[in-house]
Every structure is written in structure tokens, then in C-alpha cells.
Design a protein around this ligand. Structure first.
Ligand code: DGY
Length: 321
């Protein structure tokens, strides 16, 4: 069969696909447009796509041979699952393999904002360091503080568990009780306003959907402590970016660490000018090990799906019932 891959991914994934199928990889190192995806998909049986690809109804219905969509990401808010279901096309993602890498990035951002490491690096490189000073680059403590984890799925849980060494008081917000967190950390589930009001650090780990879009806006940012830090490694539109810029400019909170943006890849110009925010290029899962595992996992899903069987990480298994 034939598979269209919307961008070059780590070689082990492509090698796996090549063993059984003919593959065509989008030839440029950039995000393909919707038209380019539709063009590349012509005559293909499988689509291996990325989180940056708009896999909407038009794309899904464009190729009658299409039998399987494997995404190289855990989040699949870019794929119209309803349209895929109408066509009985399985869609798969890559859960689990990027849990630790993403949780680690959330911690990297948390520490960097709390201890102003990016600002400190720029300051030192600029030759401004004139010796130890009593009030230079003062940040916020992390140990013994309160950590608010919003969304306690795989990544939120891993992130919260990694706080053990810092003796933090953890609060979590989730639809259901998270027994692992309650057992391991002795913590309790709270509602969003309580977490926002009491936490020194808030980290977002919810998927993007109608109920989480702009979950953090002006009202929520105003509930946070003046010394609090907001971390987002989930999806940009969960935070109202305009409200966040206002909060950072007017110092309603101490700072923010962001890996994702509301209108990716566009980032608010104002955000890039502020010192109290650290911004990353949506790279939370970008370690060699993790990205390689994501590539092989997406390929394995594709191979099984193209056999007409249920892929191991199918997000719409209902179509097989
Ligand atoms: C995902 O897989 O959804 C992540 O955002 C990739 O970094």
C-alpha cells in the first residue's frame, strides 16, 4: 500500500513503514498547507501526520482509498475525529512515550521562570555581571511551595510525581480522583478556583477541547497570587494569550513559562518583549529518545491499521464495534 508522511520524522519510523509499504514524504522541511496535504494524499492508503497539520473533513474525504491516519503526537485536536468515524477510518496517536519528556520540560520552564535563568544568562553574556550582589536576579523559591496541577492524566501525573524531591504541597484539578497521586503524594483533588488561589506554581496538562478552550483567562489570572508562575506545555488555546500578556505586563503574576501558543506558530509580539516569560518552540517532547519512540509508535500503528486491524493506540476504537 501507499503511505503519505507529511514531514520527515526520525528514520526508524520511516524504515518500519518502508518494510511493508511504499512511502512518500512531503519533500520540504516546513508545515505543509492543507492543499499540499490533499495533493500528497492522492492515491494513498495511509496518512502519517503531525500536530501542525489541519486534518479536517476536506482532507479526510479527499482520498477515497484512505484507510488509516496515524498521528505523530499524543494530542489530536487537529484531526476531525467525527469525519474519520463517518468514513470508518481509525486514527491513532502516540501516548505514553512522551510523558516524561513533556513533564520534564514543564519542570525546566518552572525552574527557569522561578530562578530567572534566561534573564540571568543574557545579563551575564552582556558583560553586566560585576560581582555578587545582594539583590541581583532575585526569583522565587520552589521547595516547600504549593504546586497546582491542572489536568491529572498521564503527563500531569508524571509532572506532579516529580515534585517529590522538592517537598511541595500539591493540589490537583481533574474530572476524576487520581488514585496514584492521592496514594503517592497524599494530595486531594480541588476545583480550579481553589488551585488558582492557593498555588505558587500552576502547570497546565489538559487536552484542548471545547471545555478547556480559554480555561485560563483574565478572571482566572486575577485569581492567582502576585508571586505565582503559570506553566503551559499542553496546548496554546487553553490560555487566553491576550489576557496573559496583560497579566504579565501589569504584574498580576510573577511570570510564565510557555511551550505552546494560541495561534501557533504566530506568537504575540508583546509576549516576546517581556522579561517575565520564557518561551520555547513547542519542543516539550523534543528529545532524541522520545521523538524516535514517537516515530516508531506512529509507524507501528499505521502498519496494524493498514491490515484492517485495530491499531494499538486507536483514539476512535468505536469504529471496530
Ligand atoms: C503532542 O504530542 O501532542 C505534543 O504536543 C508534541 O510535543
Amino acid at each position: 500500500m501507499k503511505v503519505f508522511v507529511t514531514r520527515r520524522i526520525p528514520e526508524p519510523g520511516l524504515e518500519l513503514l518502508k518494510k511493508e509499504h511504499e512511502i512518500e514524504v512531503f519533500p520540504y522541511d516546513r508545515i505543509p498547507t492543507k492543499d499540499e496535504i490533499i495533493e500528497g494524499l492522492k492515491g494513498k492508503d495511509g496518512l502519517l501526520c503531525l500536530l501542525t497539520d489541519p486534518i479536517d473533513r476536506d482532507v479526510i474525504f479527499s482520498e477515497p482509498n484512505l484507510k488509516m491516519i496515524a498521528s505523530y503526537a499524543v494530542g489530536y485536536d487537529n484531526i476531525d475525529i467525527k469525519a474519520a468515524m463517518e468514513r470508518n477510518i481509525p486514527v491513532s496517536n502516540t501516548p505514553g512515550v512522551l510523558t516524561d519528556a513533556t513533564a520534564e520540560m514543564a519542570w525546566a520552564l518552572l525552574f527557569s521562570v522561578a530562578r530567572r535563568t534566561v534573564e540571568g544568562d543574557k545579563f551575564t553574556r552582556a558583560g553586566k555581571f560585576k560581582g555578587w550582589a545582594p539583590m541581583l536576579m532575585m526569583g522565587q523559591d520552589v521547595s516547600n511551595k504549593t504546586l497546582g496541577v491542572i489536568g491529572a492524566g498521564r503527563i500531569g501525573t508524571a509532572f506532579a510525581l516529580k515534585s517529590k524531591g522538592f517537598n511541595m504541597n500539591v493540589l490537583y484539578v481533574n474530572d476524576r480522583i487520581n488514585e496514584t497521586l492521592e496514594r503517592e503524594l497524599g494530595v486531594k483533588k480541588v476545583d480550579l478556583p481553589e488551585a488558582l488561589k492557593k498555588s505558587d506554581y500552576i502547570s497546565l496538562h489538559v487536552p484542548l477541547n471545547k471545555s478547556t478552550h480559554h480555561m485560563i483567562g483574565e478572571k482566572e489570572l486575577k485569581m492567582m497570587k502576585k508571586t505565582a508562575v503559570l506553566i503551559n506545555t499542553s496546548r496554546g488555546p487553553i490560555v487566553d494569550e491576550k489576557a496573559l500578556v496583560k497579566a504579565l505586563k501589569e504584574k498580576w503574576i510573577f511570570g510564565a513559562g510557555l511551550d505552546v501558543y494560541e495561534h501557533e506558530p504566530t506568537i504575540s509580539k508583546e509576549l516576546t518583549k517581556l522579561e517575565n516569560v520564557i518561551i520555547q518552540p513547542h519542543s516539550a517532547s523534543a528529545t532524541i529518545e522520545t521523538r524516535t519512540k514517537m516515530a516508531t509508535m506512529a509507524a507501528e500503528n499505521m502498519l496494524v491499521g493498514l491490515k484492517g486491524e485495530i491499531p494499538p493506540n486507536c483514539v476512535n476504537p468505536e469504529i471496530f464495534q
